[in-house]
Write a protein that binds this ligand. Structure first.
Ligand code: MLC
Ligand code: AMP
Length: 538
């Protein structure tokens, strides 16, 4: 461990949004990525704890500068070249991300559990010219780089180059592309600049009272906003310590709650649900220990999907914490949050965060009165700038400068409640946003599938579960396990249907359009009915 907490002043918004951009900034000299500049000032404090042990802020910055030198390979500036990286949770992830930023590139994180077709789609859509992988993923990434004719660098060689002068960066430079599912099939790249990322971070630093004394446990995937910004970047911005687990494991999380002095924990509802389940299956003495271990934490946050009130209540009984539920989206960062101090309303997501403007509009485009449902629209520095190379979709996503989230909410006394989404084709499972259309398009590539319709069905564990109604070609039914195996070769495992239902015809309206509400009914718990019996569970 490093010494006692540094006396650094931590005014959350101390760094101005527009950083200084001196030309020809040398390695080691002040640089324009505010997050990295703040890290530099933290010196020997512990930034991360991972499988390899502790790493200080000083080491992180120095290693990132060497990574930048390797990525630059003699060039002066990556000039927003996309660098896709497949690196597990831990120091190498941060070194790679920061190295890309310092070299002037755009970071495109890849998902460690994605099969090759998903990785290939992201790399080609982002048009990444450099691929970086951790040795655990060298096989798939080096093959991809070779097949696509891209440069490939391993994290084992990334920090082997001596520092070089780094390019000046403006806050308006693009910094990251995160892929998110939409209503149009394949995922779209959400582009954020350094300024956007900084605004997303500082809103949370202020709202949730982050300081350098915080210590957070990181269990989330690092190809999505929640894990990247809310947990990792906020922790590093604050000068706190982030303990990174490569994968969520309830037993390990409970052990860490009991053995480390954590102050913060953030996760999706399915993770809290799993922690509840583990607690409930434990012996009474162990339960008492687990409950006691939560008292050291100052805040537990939940989001990315609706937190069921019974889970909030059960968690309160078990841990003594009222989860702080908040609402966000890849395109906007965090928008609404229950308060750090003051009443947290079960089933509600609170009020707009600092710097975030929120309004609710009805279908005719008029702002709704309190108590009436409307679509959430958001404006502010934390909102993304564009969908990567999709100008038309970007244009359609905004309404006079306000981003249209597609989420429906109601406001009462300044407090918002999320009611649902305006599209049945978006599924939220375990906090992942999933496109029903993307799954349908993939399933239609199966030789035995003639027609299909994918829906999200309410589920206690996952929030929603991916379910598919299928009309088989020539009545050749494929067992669920085989279909799942086939689909997993093509799509992320969390997109693979958990249940399927054989139909003779898909329910359609007079126009011939599939009626998804009727499809969902095929999976309703009214098991025992002849239709439902045909549906398989894993
Ligand atoms: C895993 N599985 C899922 C799933 N995750 N099934 C449905 N939905 C999911 N989300 C399946 C796998 O396919 C596998 O099936 C089995 O569960 C076990 O896989 P696993 O990898 O061991 O699961 P586990 O690690 O336990 O994952 C569960 C989880 C994970 C909850 C930890 O889903 C997760 O990390 N979710 C967080 C997603 C996230 O960060 N979203 C934020 C988006 S940003 P099989 O058949 O192989 O056994 C955002 C903005 C905001 O939303 O507001 O934050
Ligand atoms: P993503 O596109 O993966 O960033 O997911 C963003 C979506 O997650 C939002 O548009 C909401 O639909 C959903 N979401 C996030 N937080 C919450 C919450 N607290 N309650 C309900 N839905 C949420």
């Amino acid at each position: 461990m490093s010494g006692p907490p540094s006396p650094l002043p931590h005014s959350p918004l101390a760094t101005p949004l527009e950083p200084v951009t001196a030309p020809g900034v040398a390695a080691g000299a002040p640089h324009a990525v505010a997050l990295i500049e703040r890290a530099r000032a933290q010196g020997n404090r512990v930034a991360l704890v991972d499988r390899e042990g502790e790493v200080t802020y000083r080491d992180l910055v120095q290693l990132a500068e060497r990574a930048a030198a390797t990525l630059l390979a003699g060039a002066a500036d990556l000039a927003e070249a996309r660098v896709a990286f497949l690196v597990p949770s831990g120091r190498h992830y941060v070194i790679t991300q920061w190295g890309i930023w310092l070299a002037g590139g755009i970071a495109v994180p890849l998902c460690v559990s994605h099969p090759r077709p998903e990785l290939e789609y992201t790399v080609t859509d982002a048009d990444a010219s450099i691929l970086v992988s951790h040795p655990e993923y060298h096989g798939v990434v080096s093959a991809l780089a070779s097949d696509l004719g891209r440069r490939w660098v391993g994290t084992d060689r990334l920090t082997a180059t001596s520092p070089v002068p780094l390019p000046p960066l403006a806050a308006s430079r693009r910094a990251m592309i995160l892929y998110t599912s939409g209503t149009t099939g394949k995922p779209k790249g959400v582009v954020t600049t350094h300024r956007t990322i900084q605004a997303q971070i500082t809103a949370l630093i202020e709202a949730w009272g982050w300081t350098e004394h915080d210590r957070i446990l990181h269990v989330l995937p690092l190809h999505h906003l929640h894990g990247i910004i809310n947990v990792l970047a906020c922790s590093l911005w604050a000068g706190a310590t982030c303990e990174m687990l490569p994968k969520f494991d309830p037993a390990q999380v409970w052990t860490i709650f009991g053995t480390r002095r954590l102050t913060l924990f953030m996760a999706v509802p399915s993770i809290y649900q799993r922690l509840v389940q583990f607690w409930e299956e434990s012996e009474p003495a162990r339960q008492a220990q687990m409950t006691a271990s939560c008292s050291a934490l100052r805040l537990m946050v939940c989001g990315s999907a609706a937190l069921p009130v019974p889970v909030l209540e059960r968690w309160r009984t078990i841990s003594g914490h009222t989860l702080l539920e908040r609402y966000g989206m890849t395109e906007i960062g965090m928008g609404l949050s229950n308060p750090l101090h003051g009443e947290r309303v079960p089933g509600a997501v609170g009020a707009p965060l600092p710097g975030v403007q929120v309004r609710l509009l009805d279908e005719s485009g008029r702002e709704v009165a309190d108590g009436e449902p409307g679509q959430i629209e958001v404006r502010g520095d934390a909102v993304f700038s564009e969908y990567w190379r999709r100008p038309e979709e970007t244009r359609r996503a905004f309404n006079d400068g306000w981003f249209q989230t597609g989420d429906i909410a109601v406001r009462s006394k300044g407090i918002y409640r999320i009611l649902g989404r305006n599209s049945v084709d978006i599924i939220k499972s375990g906090g992942y946003k999933i496109s029903a259309l993307e799954i349908e398009q993939t399933l239609l590539g199966h030789p035995d599938i003639a027609e299909c319709a994918v829906v999200g069905v309410a589920d206690m564990e996952w929030g929603e579960r991916v379910c598919a109604a299928i009309r088989w070609r020539n009545r050749t039914e494929v067992p669920l396990a085989d279909l799942r195996a086939w689909t997993k070769e093509r799509l992320a495992s969390y997109k693979v249907p958990g249940r399927i239902c054989t139909v003779d015809d898909l329910p359609r309206n007079a126009m011939g359009k599939v009626v998804k509400k009727e499809v969902s009914k095929l999976f309703a718990p009214a098991a025992g009915s002849p239709g439902a019996e045909q549906c398989g569970s894993p």
